[in-house]
Design a protein around this ligand. Structure first.
Ligand code: BDR
Ligand code: CA
Length: 312
């Protein structure tokens, strides 16, 4: 089986950590590099978290590069109220001993994409600042990336505002650059990611496997679950797993071809991903996909299988 080469760009918070851990257990994927971006917390912390999570699963061989410290235009808006000040809900994991890479995220991603002759997918789990800067610095990268699967946006609704999802709201101008780049964008928005619930009983089951990744899942989500109490359900959304599982297992999902634009000016609609999924009028440019549905039970079974497979 030929594996897909995937680069992970992450603002490593709680669900990013779960996504990285599960992605490394998906046998269909070959994770060739990772980069950290500002988002849930500051970039120094997201960089540290990506490195430490990879080290926890003994994947120090995956190089990690630091990227943008702020959105390209808009002032930074943190999600530490949700992910805790360290980005991992206060959970502590040992410091990675991997060497620090000297290159920045933009040059590193570009060089890897060229080295692979365009045989590369990007999974973007945070604001799209790193990708926008990479496209600006190296415009021909559009010829060297097969598709960018993002967690971000929504066909309908928002989470951080009634109109906008956090990753797009955090850096709407960067998102606009990415959607207009011509690269196929697979949008795993809230429409599908809010179907990706991991309940308290699932978390307890994973914790009982007795390994370090289960321990991290359990401890990092303690405060997050308080948030969803409002919905009368102790659970978390595994938003950031979506782009990675979509790349590995598209058969689990329903996706529709569409056009997507980003609102970069509206006072109350800033960061909205405006799609033509439900409209009679279709945009001329329809090179994106919106992922709308997932087979939840098969997905959760796979997550559990991967967590169970980690030995210590
Ligand atoms: C997205 O925002 C972040 O808080 C999560 O990590 C996810 O990428 C959900 O809106
Ligand atoms: Ca994220």
């Amino acid at each position: 089986m030929e594996k897909l080469n995937v680069w992970i760009d992450s603002d490593c918070g709680i669900d990013d950590a779960i996504a990285i851990i599960t992605a490394c257990g998906l046998k269909e994927l070959n994770i060739v590099g990772a980069s950290a971006v500002v988002g849930n917390v500051e970039v120094d912390k997201t960089y540290r978290n990506v490195r430490n999570v990879l080290s926890l699963i003994h994947r120090e061989d995956i190089p990690v590069y630091k990227g943008a410290a702020k959105p390209i235009i808009k002032p930074y808006f943190s999600a530490s109220y949700f992910h805790g000040s360290n980005g991992l809900g206060g959970a502590e994991i040992p410091e990675s001993k991997a060497k620090h890479e000297e290159k920045n995220a933009y040059d590193a991603l570009y060089e890897k994409a060229r080295e692979l002759g365009g045989n590369l997918y990007v999974a973007a789990l945070g604001p799209l600042s790193n990708l926008a800067i990479t496209i600006a610095d190296h415009p021909d990268i559009v010829n060297y990336i097969r598709a960018i699967a993002i967690m971000g946006g929504a066909v309908e609704g928002g989470n951080v505002t009634p109109c906008a999802e956090f990753n797009i709201f955090c850096d709407p101008h960067a998102a606009e650059v990415v959607f207009k780049s011509g690269i196929e964008v697979i949008m795993c928005g809230l429409d599908v990611t809010m179907q990706m619930k991991l309940g308290q009983s699932d978390i307890d089951e994973i914790y009982a496997y007795g390994n370090k990744v289960g321990d991290l899942l359990y401890t990092s989500t303690i405060t997050t679950k308080q948030f969803y109490r409002a919905e009368n359900e102790r659970m978390i959304y595994l938003h950031d797993c979506c782009p990675l599982f979509y790349l590995a297992h598209p058969e689990l999902f329903k996706a529709v071809k569409c056009g997507i634009y980003v609102e970069t000016e509206g006072e109350i609609t800033l960061g909205k991903t405006v799609t033509d999924v439900y409209s009679d009028h279709k945009w001329e440019d329809r090179h994106c996909k919106a992922v709308m549905k997932i087979d939840h039970d098969r997905f959760i079974d796979m997550v559990k299988d991967i967590y169970r497979s980690y030995e210590e």
